[in-house]
Structure formats: structure tokens, C-alpha cells
Design a protein around this ligand. Structure first.
Ligand SMILES: Nc1nc2c(ncn2[C@@H]2O[C@H](COP(=O)(O)OP(=O)(O)O)[C@@H](O)[C@H]2O)c(=O)[nH]1
Ligand SMILES: Nc1ncnc2c1ncn2[C@@H]1O[C@H](COP(=O)(O)OP(=O)(O)O)[C@@H](O)[C@H]1O
Length: 191
């Protein structure tokens, strides 16, 4: 891949703000989102081809993936064509991945990948955020108790020690926007 191209990976447990920051990077920094594929049911308001490519169990396995995972009983994967499509539009792409996916990108695309590992200071606030987002009580309970959520939460320390990784505590949105602005200044200067 071309070393001028950059992929900002957003990772963290459910409710830490990955999607919110991904949207912000698209509108404020003209990054192109790499759309990933999933077998998870579509949530209200989500659009096929914008939020995800929603796949059946059979269609999911027809794509060639850079990496894929099973997460909370559904499959997710980033296809090579999804990456190409984003880079046809911009040299800066952004993608939302679980911590396994973020680790895979760091290993497979070390020159292009920048990881933002998201966390919150008060763990209890995640439940409230997912309720506000409209997730059902059952799916919130299942998600927050899942082995994958625990793994995502624990991986924050790992990312904190890695090159090209940045931890952002996303409690206060105004403060988060300032941290992103500072980070983008640094990244654009080093490009
Ligand atoms: N490794 C990997 N993870 C993905 C991919 N697409 C989405 N994810 C992650 O899958 C997890 C579940 O996503 P989702 O069901 O949309 O839940 P959310 O985190 O609550 O918004 C999140 O950690 C996403 O970042 C992918 O292509 N690969
Ligand atoms: N800093 C913040 N303060 C309060 N609410 C937030 C903040 N960041 C995101 N949210 C809200 O929390 C919910 C979950 O955010 P989302 O970006 O969907 O998380 P994720 O993609 O990591 O699961 C959304 O309703 C979003 O508007």
C-alpha cells in the first residue's frame, strides 16, 4: 500500500463513542469511512452501505477479508474492496473495529495504521449511553456481559503501550473534540 495513505482505527467497548467519532472525522476532517460487513441485524436508523454492509450468514463468506472476527455471536469483517473504495476517495480513511481487528491492522498495515483506543472514566455510563442510543435492554445486557466487551476493555492498556496508538478518555464531548484536534495536528505534521 501507498505510505501516504492513513487509516485511523477507532476501537473500544460498546458505547465508548467509536461511531460518534467516526462520523466526526468524516465531517470535520473529510476522512472516508471504510465500511465493514456484518451478519448482525440492522438497528433502527442504520443504512446498508453507509453504516455497514449487512450480510446473511452465506453472503458474508463470499468476500475476501483483511481480517474478520466473531463478536457477540455475529460475524464482522473488513473487506479488501471496502478499503480500496475508501482510498479511491481520500488518502485518509477511518474505520471502526473491535480490539482484535485493531491489533490485526497494526500488524498487517503498520505504516498506514493509527489506532485511537477509546475508554470512559466511569464504566457505568456505558449502559446509559446504549439505552439513549435505543438498544434494547436484552441486547445491552448481553453485549456488556460478553467476553468480547471484556477483551476490548482490557486491551486499552495494550494499545497505550504501542507505537502509533493513542488512548482517548471520551467522557466530555467538548474535551474529546479538543483531543482529536491536537492529535490531528500532530499526525498531519508527521505525515
Ligand atoms: N474486527 C472487526 N471488528 C468490527 C468490524 N466491523 C465492526 N467491528 C466491531 O464489532 C463490534 C460490534 O459492533 P456493533 O455491533 O456495531 O456494536 P457497537 O460497538 O455497540 O456499535 C464493535 O467493536 C465494532 O468496532 C470489522 O470489520 N472487523
Ligand atoms: N462524550 C460523550 N458524552 C455523552 N454521550 C456520548 C459521548 N460520545 C458518544 N455518546 C453517545 O453514546 C452513545 C453511544 O455512542 P456510539 O458512538 O454509538 O458508541 P460505539 O460506536 O462505541 O458503540 C450514542 O448515543 C452517542 O451519542
Amino acid at each position: 500500500m501507498d505510505y501516504m495513505k492513513k487509516i485511523v482505527v477507532l476501537t473500544g467497548a460498546s458505547g465508548t463513542g467509536k461511531t460518534t467519532i467516526c462520523n466526526y472525522l468524516q465531517t470535520e476532517y473529510q476522512m472516508e469511512k471504510i465500511i465493514t460487513h456484518t451478519t448482525r441485524p440492522q438497528r433502527q436508523g442504520e443504512i446498508h452501505g453507509r453504516d455497514y454492509y449487512f450480510e446473511s450468514q452465506a453472503s458474508f463468506f463470499q468476500h475476501e477479508y483483511l481480517e474478520s472476527v466473531e463478536y457477540d455471536h455475529n460475524y464482522y469483517g473488513s473487506s479488501k474492496t471496502g478499503i480500496q473504495k475508501a482510498f479511491e476517495k481520500s488518502d485518509w480513511a477511518t474505520i471502526v473495529l473491535d480490539s482484535e481487528g485493531a491489533k490485526a491492522y497494526l500488524e498487517q498495515l503498520p505504516n498506514e495504521t493509527i489506532v485511537i483506543s477509546l475508554t470512559v472514566a466511569t464504566e457505568g455510563c456505558l449502559q446509559g449511553r446504549l439505552e439513549k442510543r435505543g438498544d434494547s435492554q436484552a441486547s445491552i445486557e448481553q453485549r456488556l456481559a460478553s467476553h468480547e466487551t471484556k477483551r476490548d476493555e482490557e486491551r486499552c492498556d495494550y494499545f497505550a503501550s504501542q507505537k502509533n496508538c493513542y488512548v482517548i478518555v471520551n467522557d466530555d464531548w467538548q474535551a474529546t473534540k479538543q483531543k482529536i484536534a491536537d492529535l490531528m495536528k500532530e499526525l498531519q505534521a508527521n505525515k
